[in-house]
Write a protein that binds this ligand. Structure first.
Ligand code: PMP
Length: 288
């Protein structure tokens, strides 16, 4: 496998960053998880825009222009002869000293890995996931905006560990006020009386690219959609529920905290949205 690393394509065994990189020492950096579908990168421009905004928020100087980033991302897929892949684009603060000071890191590091996709097993797309609410709360936007896709994922990792302890593959994380923020690596939607509801980013959610695709699908197909404050009760008592993410795509949820959601099977709106999403990934995208 060839990895793009600071302007060069190197073998994966040679793709190394320094132990003094602040991405490693402090989680100081930003990243994107992107999908390549049949030779098309899905919503690449949106991913690069979010990456630029994440970098701006943490005052990290982007090492490449939008056009250069776009080329490097496509070229990483080409170099590996890929048609379908999961792409990880990472920008770290770069090498510094042992203190926090980012201004002592003169040069950000950038790497792009394009590899195999690890989706949830197919049975969960057919029958739905059972998930849980975990005790670890989502870091509030006042501490770290959830809209910044930073290398600091420890909060989500704690949630993921707790999910596993409860025997679930994914978990809902609440914010400090007890409202639903999102899942450890996915956004969440529910269907309530024919309407799609999802938490606003201000509740502690990442503005997912898949989430924004679902918003577009809802608009195009006339399904009403609102950003609202959701409690666990709203999900237990919803008609349908699904999660969205570049890795997960659209995955139905049929149980939360031991409560069966709706009929206990993926519902009609979820199936419609999933079908529309799968159709869109074939049509939209940047040809590599
Ligand atoms: N929330 C979190 C915390 C995430 O890490 C992700 C990405 N896996 C998402 C939501 C979904 O975002 P996207 O649709 O852009 O992949």
């Amino acid at each position: 496998m060839k990895v793009y690393l600071d302007g060069k394509f190197v073998d994966s065994a040679e793709a190394k960053v320094s132990v003094f990189d602040h991405g490693l020492l402090y989680g100081d950096g930003v990243f994107e998880g992107i999908r390549l579908y049949d030779g098309n990168i899905f919503r690449l421009e949106e991913h690069l825009e979010r990456l630029e905004n994440s970098a701006k928020a943490i005052m990290l100087q982007m090492p490449l222009s939008r056009a250069e980033l776009s080329w490097a991302t496509c070229e990483t897929c080409r170099q590996n002869g890929l048609r379908d892949a999961y792409i990880r684009l990472v920008i770290t603060r770069g090498v510094g000293d042992l203190g926090l000071a980012p201004w002592l890191c003169p040069k950000p590091s950038i790497f792009i890995i394009a590899g195999k996709i690890s989706l949830y097993p197919q049975e969960y797309y057919d029958n739905g996931l059972g998930i849980v609410t975990v005790p670890t709360r989502r870091i509030g936007p006042a501490a770290l905006p959830s809209t910044v896709k930073s290398l600091n994922y420890l909060n989500n990792i704690l949630g993921k560990i707790e999910a596993k302890q409860f025997g679930a593959l994914e978990a809902i994380m609440l914010n400090d006020q007890g409202y639903v923020a999102e899942c450890t690596a996915d956004n969440i939607f529910v269907v309530h009386k024919g309407e799609l509801l999802t938490p606003a980013a201000s509740q502690g959610a990442l503005k997912g690219i898949t989430r924004s695709t679902i918003i577009d699908i809802a608009q195009a197909t006339g399904i009403p959609l609102r950003e609202v404050d959701l409690t666990r009760y709203d999900i237990w008592c919803a008609d349908e529920c699904f999660l969205t993410g570049s890795g997960a795509e659209v995955i139905p949820v049929v149980k939360l905290d031991g409560r069966v959601i709706g009929t206990g099977k993926p519902g009609p709106i979820t199936q419609r949205v999933l079908a529309d999403f799968r159709a869109r990934v074939k049509l939209e995208g940047t040809r590599i």
